[in-house]
Design a protein around this ligand. Structure first.
Ligand code: PLP
Length: 471
């Protein structure tokens, strides 16, 4: 077996009762399959953090190093790290009842959680199918759309329209909706998926400016439904604001048009709120800001702030109706851990904290402050755009402001920026954009610290890559 080199500086900070940091890092490199990082890269760069503890917006690794969690894990830990009361609620539930079959029964915490979700989601969304993660919530949504269309008398409506750049997860069906799917390793994908352009007012696909760019993107959805044949289309799926597509915030009219277009053609509208939901955008759900109720909504991550794996697919009564009027009918889907009582107890406590501390409102307020500070960074030659909503913010990093040429994922410049941020104690994802999405408990002093670290890191990287940067 190939062993990766581990640097020994700062190692063995584990304390008397813990295994030395070096040993646990060694074990991690030897046995843990890190989901998306190239193994050789993390091993050689000494870049694998084994985290041991979290508090507020901070993470602490086994060497005792402190990091600001700049994207809340993966846009997950909305209520912040170290919430002991969530752990206590989980322990109490596990001691009382840890599991009952999700196929035929439910439990007290799952029932209370479903009712709470029905209360907080927009419009008449009210029927909740539980699962364990965002990909499962998306799989459930596309299967609901297909089965409901078939049971309504349209068995040929099986196609799904998704957007280029959006991300919906990595299980096979969800990955089929993700336009960056990897044909080489995993094709062929689910049949009947097609893609439309993503709304983008910074660099429009249509060469138009402002809201017109969003209107064109919405019109394209209708064109695609018509060209596929409306009688074959089950659903349109989109994130209200897509992180993977670069945190473009569409105008209100975009989502209103999508609603009208779907209604006109008998197509179900799915809003994937896996990242956007649960306060991240400054409201409980991003769709609240668009005044649009989707037929189906997916959620995960912030639902429990990551304290337990739980997700949900929520539908309107008009979607569930076919199951209420057919005696024999049930949804052809079963996930053993759906609505797990311990995870539901974690989610309920998390939502209670969010309500008590008004975390969605706090995200709006702190997001506005963060945005003002980030706007100052436009003076950098590589900051082409600053955009986002609430505590879902991003810098578009470009090599040429005039042509708006993005460096793109994996460019040496963006990798260097990522390393510099990391060295200064700020963890984020720097792909096409530099993401800034700390836990919703972040305060102004912490925001100032984040912006200073980004400012410094950009300045250093821009100096090193000066010959590749125009403007
Ligand atoms: N949908 C969206 C919008 C996401 O961002 C993600 C994950 O980042 C998923 C679905 C998949 O969620 P999970 O990784 O929990 O399966």
């Amino acid at each position: 077996m190939v062993k990766a080199p581990i640097k020994t500086d700062e190692a063995n900070a584990g304390g008397v009762n813990k295994p030395p940091a070096l040993d646990i890092e060694r074990e991690a490199l030897d046995h843990v399959w890190i989901h998306q990082a190239p193994w050789i890269d993390i091993a050689e760069k000494d870049g694998l953090h084994v985290f041991d503890r979290g508090e507020g917006i901070y993470l602490y690794d086994v060497r005792g190093r402190e990091y600001i969690d700049g994207i809340s894990g993966l846009w997950v830990v909305n209520a912040g790290h170290g919430r002991k009361e969530i752990g206590e609620a989980m322990a109490e539930q596990a001691g009382r009842l840890a599991y009952a079959s999700a196929a035929s029964y439910t439990t007290v915490p799952a029932t209370k959680l479903a009712a709470k979700i029905a209360e907080l989601t927009p419009g008449d969304l009210s029927r909740v199918f539980f699962s364990s993660g965002g990909s499962e919530a998306v799989e459930s949504a596309i299967k609901i759309a297909k089965q409901v269309q078939a049971m309504r008398g349209f068995p040929r409506r099986y196609k799904i329209i998704a957007r280029r750049g959006s991300y919906h997860g990595m299980t096979h069906g969800a990955m089929s909706l993700t336009s960056s799917r990897n044909e080489l390793h995993f094709g062929p994908f689910m049949y009947g998926v097609s893609y439309v352009p993503h709304p983008n007012r910074y660099k429009s696909d249509f060469g138009v400016e402002g809201e017109q760019a969003d209107i064109m993107a919405a019109k394209y959805v209708e064109q695609e439904i018509e060209s596929q044949g409306p009688e074959t289309v089950a659903a349109v799926i989109a994130e209200p604001i897509s992180t993977s597509a670069g945190v473009h915030v569409p105008s209100k009219i975009y989502w209103q048009m999508l609603r009208e277009i779907c209604d006109k053609h008998g197509v179900l509208l799915i809003a994937d709120e896996v990242i956007d939901g649960w306060g991240r955008c400054g409201t409980w759900f991003a769709m609240d800001q668009y005044g649009v109720t989707p037929d189906i909504m997916t959620m995960a991550k912030g639902l429990s702030s990551g304290y337990a794996p739980i997700a949900a697919t929520v539908v309107r009564p008009s979607v569930f109706e076919v199951f209420q009027t057919n005696r024999e009918a049930y949804f052809g889907h079963l996930l053993t851990f759906g609505g797990h009582p311990v995870a539901a107890a974690a989610a309920l406590k998390n939502i209670e904290i969010m309500e008590e501390e008004k975390l969605p409102e706090r995200a709006a307020e702190m997001g506005a402050y963060l945005r003002t500070q980030l706007e100052e960074l436009r003076s950098h030659p590589t900051v082409g755009d600053v955009r986002g909503v609430g505590l879902l913010q991003a810098l578009d990093l470009v090599s040429d402001k005039a042509t708006k040429t993005n460096f793109g994922r994996g460019h040496k410049f963006t990798d260097r920026v990522s390393d510099l941020l990391n060295e200064r104690g700020f963890l984020s994802r720097v792909w096409g954009v530099l993401n800034i999405a700390p836990p919703l408990v972040v305060n102004k002093a912490e925001i100032d610290k984040i912006v200073t670290i980004i400012d410094e890191s950009l300045t250093i990287a821009e100096g090193e890559f000066a010959s590749e940067i125009k403007g």
